[in-house]
Design a protein around this ligand. Sequence first.
Ligand code: SAM
Length: 307
Amino acid sequence: MVMLGHSLRFSNAYVARKKRHQIPAFAALREEFSSIYDRGRRHDYAAYTTEWWEGEAEKLEAAFLPVPPTDFLQNPSLRWAMVSDNAHTFAAELPELERAYDTEHLLAVLEEDIVGAPILGLAKYHTTLNSVHHAYHTHRFIDATGCDPRDVDSVVEWGGGYGSLAKIFLRWAQRPVTYTIIDIPLMSAVQWLYLSCVLGPEQVTFVDSLDTPIEEGKVNILPVGLAEERAPDAELMISTWALGESSKRAYELVLERNWFGADRLFLGYADSDELFPDGGVVGEMAKARGATLHQIEFLPWCHYAFL
Ligand SMILES: C[S@@+](CC[C@H](N)C(=O)[O-])C[C@H]1O[C@@H](n2cnc3c(N)ncnc32)[C@H](O)[C@@H]1O
C-alpha cells in the first residue's frame, strides 16, 4: 500500500518500523567488517588511488574499526564525500522527478533504509536528499539515452560510495542484475555491510580472489586491487564523481578494458580542479567513446556523460 509521509517525525517512525529487521542484521554483520576489509586490502591498489582518497580512507578506517558505529552514515568524512544534503540541488531535482514519475514509483525507489542512521530530509517519500540526488542522476541517464534499467542485465560501477546508487538502480530495475562495484577496500567493506543489510546477505558477494566467481543476478563487491585481473564485462558502466577522483592509471585501466565492454555509459564528473587536476579527463575519454556530454544546469562545474 502507498503510504505518503506528512512529517519527518512520522517518516522516521515509519522507516524504523518497516525496516526494523536491518538492526539485528547490522549488529551481526558489522562484527565481520574488519575481516572483510582485511580481505579487500590484501590486493595492492596503490597505483589506482590518489593521495586525497588515501587520507580519507585513513580517517574512515579510524572511525569504522573495529566495528562501524550504528550511525556510520553520519560520519563527517563519509558525508562530505558521498552524501548530498544540498537544498539548492534538491530544489531543482525533486520537481523534475515528480514531473517524470508517479508517486508509486517515487516511493518505491526513494524510501530510505534504517541501517547507518541516514538523516531523512523529505517526509513525503520517507527519504533523504541523497536518495533524491541519486534517483535524479538515474532519471537523467534514462531520459537522455532511452535505456531502461529493467532491460539491463549487467552493470560495473566504479566508485560506488556506500552503495546508495546501486540500491536505487536495482529498485528501478525490479529484477536481479549482475552488479559489480569496484572501489578502494575500505569503501568495498562499507558497501558489503550496507547492501548486505538492505538487500539481504544472500544478495551480496565479496569478490576477494581471482577464483571467486562473479555471481549472476547479485551485487559483487570487487576491491580495486583486483580490478585489472578480475573485472567482468558488463552492458553498462556507471561512475558518478568517482573515476575522476582516481589515478591516471585507473583511467588507463578503464580504456585498456574498453570501459569493461560496456556499450552504455552513465557517468557524472566535475571539471578538473586543484584536488583532482585530471578529473575533467573523464568527459574527454567518454566523448571519444561516443558519449554525449551534458552540463548540469544547477551545478555548472559538473557534467554527465551518457551513452
Ligand atoms: C565522491 S565519492 C562518490 C560516490 C558515489 N559514486 C556517489 O555519487 O555518491 C567517490 C567514490 O569513488 C571511490 N574511489 C576513490 N578512489 C577510487 C579508486 N582508485 N578506485 C575505485 N573507486 C575509488 C570512493 O571510495 C567513493 O566511493
